[in-house]
Design a protein around this ligand. Structure first.
Ligand code: EPZ
Length: 416
């Protein structure tokens, strides 16, 4: 199994081009099922997760071709409505095919997503929302099964702000009979990007970017032709790497507003941040200052940056308090950072981080995508060498990470 070997202590310096956003690409790939045709998606990151999703679409009968970051999906030949457990268990986002299959074919057999490294990740809001739109859903042998479904407009008010359930219902509603109103929706840039891609191919959606969407069903959509937005979490991860190493990194091809909460927190920790139109330059301080963080839905501080921010706080001057309100048990990185000398106390969904002057290199294990990113940036700052095991987690969401880090001066290598 691949590992990453990192020798720390080098202040990162230079420019890095940010890839397309995984969490915007996946729902848009699912949305191609809504219209038979040849869809063109540009700036699609080459990741394990986009490969897995392409595999799901191929199993449904679509023809897929990648040319660099251009993804062409021909959905004329989609015949199957089954998304198997073998694939869905490896990537929860596979559930995004459910709404589009019901909208186009009126039937679906989609495996329920399995467990997750850090606790329960229910999909009840996806299911109750689709049921409100008239879908009769049965759970049979671990699969969500639906037959003879005619989706119709409904009003759905979410108890919890959910990126996935919002995207799911938007995709179900664009071809439904009548009008759907979705309240208390997620407004993450990934959700807005999905809405904009659908409107560009004929959908009627009002209120994008607000917590209330009104979707007037149409009879058909044209094929999608879209460019995937830049990955705000990848960008914020590199910004945190500048903070950790006392380096200076210029992020290219970004939308600064998409990760403003993370930039603001890094400024609080002592970074200098220069925001351009589509660039951001981040200079790390000699030593970060302690900060308090509470994760929230966009535009709040993203839970997908919680682990990386804990790494920054681990070497900060003072005590930081980091609370994750989205996932109460997303802290599997804490024990691994402790192996590098971090002093972190966990109390439920709150981490109290007592900053230390230096971390030291060690053998550690990645447990999920963002936990592994926090280990990478900790290793970049640590004294000596770190060996990170199970980096397949990283490959799920960071495109060409070693190449990008090496270009910034990092001493990093993938080893077997
Ligand atoms: C998306 O997951 C992202 N994944 C996650 O990023 C991200 O952590 C999360 O949003 C929050 O920002 C993708 O976009 C593919 P949610 P999702 O539905 O859609 C509860 C990464 O690192 N909930 O917004 O699954 C849920 O338990 C990944 O790239 C229900 O209770 O998240 C959580 O507490 C990891 N019932 C909250 O809502 C439901 O039916 C937010 O979850 C759905 C969600």
């Amino acid at each position: 199994m691949d590992k990453l070997r990192i020798s720390g202590g080098v202040p990162l310096a230079g420019e890095v081009a940010i890839s397309g956003a995984k969490n915007a690409a996946l729902p848009i790939m699912a949305a191609t099922l809504l219209a038979p045709g040849v869809h063109r998606l540009r700036n699609v990151p080459r990741l394990r997760d986009t490969q897995t999703f392409a595999r799901v679409l191929e199993l449904l009968g679509a023809k897929i071709s990648f040319d660099g970051n251009l993804l062409t999906i021909d959905t004329h030949t989609v015949k199957s409505v089954e998304a198997p457990y073998e694939l869905v268990k490896t990537m929860r986002a596979s559930i995004y095919v459910l709404g589009p299959l019901l909208a186009r074919f009126g039937q679906a057999r989609v495996s329920l997503p399995g467990g997750c490294a850090w606790g329960p990740r229910p999909v009840n809001l996806h299911l109750t929302g689709l049921q409100a739109m008239g879908a009769k859903l049965d759970i049979e042998h671990g699969y969500i099964v639906a037959r003879d479904v005619k989706l119709r407009g409904a009003t759905v008010s979410f108890d919890v702000v959910s990126v996935g359930a919002t995207a799911q219902l938007v995709m179900a509603a664009v071809l439904a009979q009548g009008t759907t109103v979705l309240e208390n929706v997620a407004i993450e840039p990934d959700v807005t990007a999905l809405g904009e891609a659908l409107v560009a191919c004929g959908a009627r959606i009002e209120g994008l970017g607000s917590r209330r969407l009104t979707i007037h069903g149409v009879s058909a959509l044209r094929p999608i032709d879209a460019t995937i937005i830049p990955d705000r979490i990848e960008a914020a991860t590199f910004a945190a790497a500048a903070a950790m190493t006392g380096g200076r990194i210029r992020l290219l091809g970004v939308v600064p507003e998409h990760f403003e909460a993370a930039l603001h927190k890094l400024e609080e920790a002592g970074c200098a941040v220069e925001r351009g139109v589509d660039t951001v330059a981040v200079s790390g301080p000699a030593r970060p200052s302690a900060v308090n963080v509470v994760t929230q839905p966009f535009p709040g501080f993203p839970t997908d940056m919680q682990a990386q921010m804990i790494a920054v706080c681990a070497i900060a001057e003072g005590t930081s308090v980091v609370e994750d309100t989205i996932y109460h048990d997303r802290f599997t990185h804490v024990q691994e950072l402790a192996r590098m000398g971090a002093r972190i106390e966990l109390k439920g969904n709150v981490a109290v981080v007592n900053g230390v002057r230096h971390l030291s290199g060690a053998q550690v294990m990645a447990t999920d995508l963002r936990a592994s990113a926090s280990l990478v940036i900790a290793a970049l700052a640590a004294e000596g060498e770190t060996l990170i095991d199970r980096i397949y987690h990283l490959d799920r969401g960071y495109e060409a990470l070693e190449r990008k880090l090496s270009a910034l001066g990092a001493r990093v290598a993938r080893v077997r």
